[in-house]
Design a protein around this ligand. Structure first.
Ligand SMILES: [Zn+2]
Length: 165
């Protein structure tokens, strides 16, 4: 299990580096990320959220009931768009309205270093976009309107305050 970093912690704003060697340490990291995601019952989790600035994320595909891993992900295609509320494990109890592509196709490496291409629809598309944002230091609050930010101001202030402890 790993501690999930919360909004206000500086690491979430840093850009992650590509993985050039999928070694035992990376496998260990992925294993602990999976355990953490299962425990919190989330949809996706990126390495920077557990304190490691590497371009890795994991996701739970509800339809196929599998936990997937993608290393060095890149967006290949984006189709159409839709708007929905979006949460983040680094922003507990906060949801912002965000427009995302309806379909996102990504490519990257799996845990064995094999190149894979995955298509995500709706929630999974949103997850892919969200997690790749994390690898670039972009967070859901960056998409939020002023009104929504004001609505959650107390929760946001509390997160920032806790991060300074
Ligand atoms: Zn997130």
């Amino acid at each position: 299990m790993r501690r999930i970093r919360k909004f206000g912690e500086e690491i979430l704003r840093k850009k992650s580096s590509p993985v050039d060697n999928i070694d035992g340490k990376i496998h260990e990291l992925i294993k602990s990320m999976k355990e953490t995601l299962l425990y919190v019952k989330g949809v996706g989790l990126s390495a920077p959220q557990v304190g490691v600035l590497k371009r890795i994320f994991i996701f739970y595909d509800k339809e196929k009931e599998i936990l997937g891993t993608i290393i060095n992900p890149e967006i290949v295609e984006e189709i159409s768009s839709y708007v929905d509320l979006e949460g983040c494990l680094s922003f507990p109890e906060i949801y912002f309205t965000i427009e995302r592509p309806k379909i996102t196709v990504i490519k990257g490496l799996n845990e064995d270093g094999k190149e894979i291409i995955i298509e995500g629809k709706e929630l999974l598309s949103r997850c892919f976009q969200h997690e790749i944002d994390h690898l670039n230091g972009i967070l859901i609050i960056d998409y939020a309107g002023e009104e929504e930010k004001r609505y959650y101001q107390d929760k946001i202030d509390k997160l920032i305050k806790n991060s300074k402890k």
